[in-house]
Design a protein around this ligand. Structure first.
Ligand SMILES: [Zn+2]
Length: 494
């Protein structure tokens, strides 16, 4: 049995080798299978997919509450549409093309969507005629997009990855700003409050915004190796796409107006990666109660030499399962042949929030033993008060996950006042570094390049949004020494 454990459990600690720890959790908790055989295409295994489905459910419910309606577009994009918006055409080098059908070359090749704009907006130009049809808020969900990435990693970067995108159409820029506010709220409600992932919300510098957007806003978190993980993005598309795709409506004034647009894309994979990386511990995955595919596992402690007791234990476990299921919990009674110790490890590795153990002792005492994934040991609980105890334990688990994550994130921002200080800090500090900086418009890009080179990959994440950090009048850009107009955040990124 010891041998079995050694093979199945996580063999490195999260602190000593996060990268290896992450790989092992993804494989051993059966979240994804990377042996599919085409680089960058992974199998979402049931345990991982059930967690991801929950992320989708949260987001779908939230955006529909806000008035978005669902639709689904094909995977294909016409070539001429992909390049219509000049900056957006920058996606072309990452695109997969379908060029042949059977043994014949196609007359017109098409692209597999790298994101939805170029397939959705040509159709929008057919849909809207009058300002009375606006605002229009819609989203597509549970589909994949395709990009030719060179290095790939489950839930962080793939050639095929899961997507969610809303595409909204407005008459005014004021509505655009409201939408950005609403998207920020969605990130807070879902990514932080439900999934317990802390983040800072940034406005990206102009050189790092989405191809074709006026502005890009993103919640960024930090993985335990100190790298920035962009969890979502909202883009203020201005009228760039409506002009390129000819989306216009007749206004109150009887004149034609190009519409304003926004799009919002929570990174389903990136959120999953953050859940794994931030919540997990040296035993494996940890999942918020509501998100767990199995919330409570019941494990019988039986002894072959005492059949009568064993029968009682099994019966009690079955009764418990039935009762907990009827209360709405997702319950598993693990009556497999493995030893109890092996089962504990397995379910801990998979992040099941609560474990109930029942043995002859518990039968005698009319109790069960209850263990919480985030705590050591177990607690004896009277069977009669189990309902109440489960509610208490599930709330405690969620609170602990949230507090631990917030605490982890809180101490991850430091200040640097010179390039040398930044270079020094970025080597050991696994987090954001705040620095005074000249400009987040085009003229600041050169300084950002210097930072990237000097720090071996540090990126200017942007300025805090909606409220920037205060800057003192005498602060200077750490690169060019000119007057600093912003405090920006630096981090290496995935
Ligand atoms: Zn500068």
């Amino acid at each position: 049995m010891a041998e079995e454990k050694k093979q199945k459990g996580i063999t490195v600690t999260k602190d000593e080798d996060f990268s290896e720890w992450y790989t092992q959790v993804v494989q051993k908790a059966e979240l994804a299978d990377i042996r599919f055989g085409i680089q960058g295409f992974i199998v979402h295994r049931p345990w991982g997919f059930m967690i991801i489905r929950k992320i989708y459910e949260y987001l779908e419910k939230e955006v529909e509450n806000q008035g978005h309606v669902p639709y689904l577009f094909p995977v294909a994009i016409k070539e001429e549409n992909l390049t219509k918006e000049a900056e957006h055409a920058g996606f072309t080098p990452e695109v997969f093309w379908v060029t042949e059908a059977g043994d014949k070359k196609m007359e017109e090749r098409f692209a597999l969507r790298p994101t939805g704009e170029a397939q959705i907006y040509p159709v929008y130009s057919l849909w809207f005629r009058s300002h009375n049809e606006l605002p229009f808020k819609a989203y597509q969900s549970r589909h994949s997009v395709y990009r030719n990435e060179m290095t790939t990693r489950p839930f962080l970067r793939g050639r095929e990855f899961l997507f969610f995108e809303s595409h909204n159409v407005f008459m005014t820029h004021k509505e655009v700003l409201n939408q950005i506010e609403e998207d920020l709220g969605t990130c807070k409600k879902i990514i932080h409050d439900k999934i317990k992932i802390p983040f800072l919300y940034f406005k990206r510098p102009s050189w790092d915004k989405f191809k074709g957007a006026d502005n890009t806003y993103t919640p960024d978190t930090l993985m335990p190796d100190g790298k920035r993980n962009q969890l979502a993005s909202t883009h203020d598309l201005g009228k760039n796409f409506s002009k390129a795709y000819d989306i216009k409506v007749k206004g109150n004034d009887e004149k034609e107006h190009y519409v304003h647009q926004t799009c919002f894309g929570p990174g389903i994979w990136r959120i999953m990666a953050a859940l794994i990386g931030i919540h997990g511990d040296n035993k494996g995955l940890i999942i918020p109660f509501d998100m767990a595919p199995i919330q409570i596992v019941i494990i019988p402690i039986t002894f072959t030499k005492n059949k009568k007791d064993s029968d009682k234990v099994i019966k009690k476990c079955r009764d418990l399962k039935k009762k907990l299921k009827s209360l709405g919990y997702k319950v598993k009674f693990d009556d497999s042949e493995w030893t109890p110790g092996f089962k504990y490890n397995q379910w801990e590795l998979k992040g099941v929030p609560l474990r109930i153990e029942v043995g002859p002792k518990e039968i005698k005492e009319n109790s069960v033993s209850l263990a919480i994934r985030t705590e050591q040991g177990r607690k004896k609980v009277k069977t009669a008060s189990l309902d109440k105890e489960i509610i208490r334990a599930s709330k405690k688990l969620d609170k602990q996950i949230e507090e631990r994550a917030d605490e982890y994130f809180k101490n991850r921002t430091k200040n640097a006042n010179s390039l040398d200080e930044l270079k020094d800090l970025i080597k050991n500090h696994k987090g954001f570094i705040r620095v005074p900086f000249c400009s987040v418009e085009k003229d600041g890009e050169e300084c950002a390049e210097v930072i990237k080179t000097e720090t071996e990959g540090g990126n200017v994440c942007g300025t805090l949004y909606p409220k920037e950090d205060n800057i003192k009048p005498n602060q200077k850009c750490i690169v060019c020494g000119k007057k600093a107009n912003h405090i920006v955040y630096i981090a290496k990124s995935y």
